[in-house]
Design a protein around this ligand. Structure first.
Ligand code: FMN
Length: 410
């Protein structure tokens, strides 16, 4: 695979050298393009030595190692010769220029001429990262199909703590791999998904809920849409943007989620239930806010509908995939739930480990099928875990179709 690595003028430009190595290790032939500002941080010679190729440093003048580019209109030639454009670090300035189609240097001109896949790895000071202008520019680029590797949180070069650090080069290279691997193996499927928590009212201003962020479900919804499926995502209250190309239905309570699932059940071919639905609710919610008193307050809770079990009874030949968030005996609990709820596959994860599961961007799961197979995925980014889960679903779908074909007489 031929890849262009665009290096922007950020403090993390030095990490792009490690990214060259990580991409090469994965079999990419890397051509580096540096902005003028990037050259203030790292010498082109570093990249020329690592790649053995000339580093492109400007639209009109070239410096670096031996000339291996032949065309006079190099930005077009580079655009045509490569399958992938990775920009790391993608500065706030580059994001703005890409979003608005400015083309005043080689990298921005190349971006406009490029028709392959684009992966952006932004890195900047956390205030710049959170600025509405940067958020809006990223949204435009995401909508346009660019893949964004979210920056890490931690100590930044400017001495503050926050989001904005360039992720580990291995993680960027991993995202590049999954972007390039993208298949359309879910074309023709309609996937009904649930995600996020539910909120069950205690009074007009209070509710019971849980720590589910919806990130795992949203990652699966996004990845499934990219793999060609029509996706209907029924989501409890989360603070995530609607995944691109996904039909979002917002609900609040377990009852509303059940209703929405039943409304969309008929049209679906696969059902993936990642939502952390409340197990109990208050049947008689007071009209007025509960007052604080000095005495103990007891709440009477009724069980919510078991949506997964109900769908298990009514699913027909649809594939049903459940999720189990456990704090102990993961495999045992996951198997028990898969059988009792009549799921075809169950994805189990432990949610009591730091940095994994609920609220986190990472996850580690066991994917269990009825045939007794167990596949381990992670620990890695939820997007990566989502792809592995969909790989298993697509494989299961294919194997069941193969069985149908064998069983059906001609
Ligand atoms: C020491 C220093 C560090 C910088 N680090 C960053 C950074 O990490 N991210 C960023 O977006 N801009 C950073 N900037 C600002 C960019 O260098 C500046 O916006 C520049 O115009 C970016 O050019 P480019 O996007 O064409 O490479 C930094 C500037 C300086 C002086």
């Amino acid at each position: 695979m031929r890849a262009v690595l665009g290096v922007g003028g950020g403090i993390a430009a030095y990490k792009a050298a490690e990214l060259v190595r990580a991409l090469q290790k994965r079999g990419h032939d890397v051509q580096v393009v540096m902005t003028r500002a990037a050259q203030e941080f790292v010498q082109p010679l570093t990249f020329a030595a690592l790649t053995g190729r000339k580093v492109v440093t400007g639209l009109f003048s070239q410096t670096g190692a031996e000339d291996t580019l032949s065309s006079a209109v190099e930005h077009i030639a580079v655009a045509q010769e490569n399958d992938l454009l990775v920009v790391a670090p993608a500065t706030a300035d580059l994001l703005a220029k890409f979003a608005y189609g400015l083309a005043d240097d080689f990298l921005t001109t190349l971006y406009l001429a490029f028709t392959g896949k684009v992966v952006l790895a932004p890195a900047m000071n956390n205030a710049m990262w959170e600025h509405p202008a940067t958020r809006a520019n990223l949204e435009i680029l995401r909508q346009r199909g660019c893949s964004v590797v979210e920056p890490d949180e931690g100590w930044l070069a400017c001495g503050t703590i926050g989001a904005g650090r360039l992720p580990d080069p291995e993680r960027i290279a991993g995202t590049v791999d999954s972007v390039m691997r993208h298949k359309k193996d879910l074309t023709g499927e309609t996937i009904l998904m649930t995600a996020g928590p539910t909120q069950e009212a205690l009074d007009p201003v209070r509710y019971i809920s849980n720590r589910s962020s919806g990130k795992m479900g949203y990652a699966i919804a996004q990845a499934a849409a990219e793999r060609g499926a029509r996706v209907v995502l029924i989501s409890g209250p989360v603070s995530l943007a609607a995944p691109l190309g996904v039909e979002l239905v917002s609900v609040r309570t377990a009852q509303e989620m059940r209703q929405a699932v039943l409304e969309h059940l008929e049209e679906s071919t696969i059902i993936i239930k990642t939502a952390a639905v409340a197990d109990y609710y208050v049947a008689h919610v007071p009209q007025q806010k509960l007052k604080k008193t000095a005495t103990r307050l007891s709440l009477e809770l009724d069980p919510t509908p078991d949506i997964l079990a109900e769908i298990g009874q009514r699913k027909g030949d649809r594939l049903l995939i459940g999720f189990a968030a456990e704090t102990e005996n993961l495999l045992e609990e996951a198997r028990r739930k898969m059988i009792s709820k009549r799921c075809d596959m169950l994805v189990g994860n432990l949610v009591n480990r730091d940095g994994l599961g609920f609220e986190s961007d990472q996850n580690e799961v066991e994917i269990i099928t009825r045939s007794g197979q167990t596949v381990h995925a992670g620990p890695s980014e939820k997007k990566e875990v989502a792809e592995r889960i969909l790989d298993q679903i697509a494989t299961l779908r294919l194997s069941l179709r193969a069985v149908d074909t064998v069983d059906t007489p001609a």
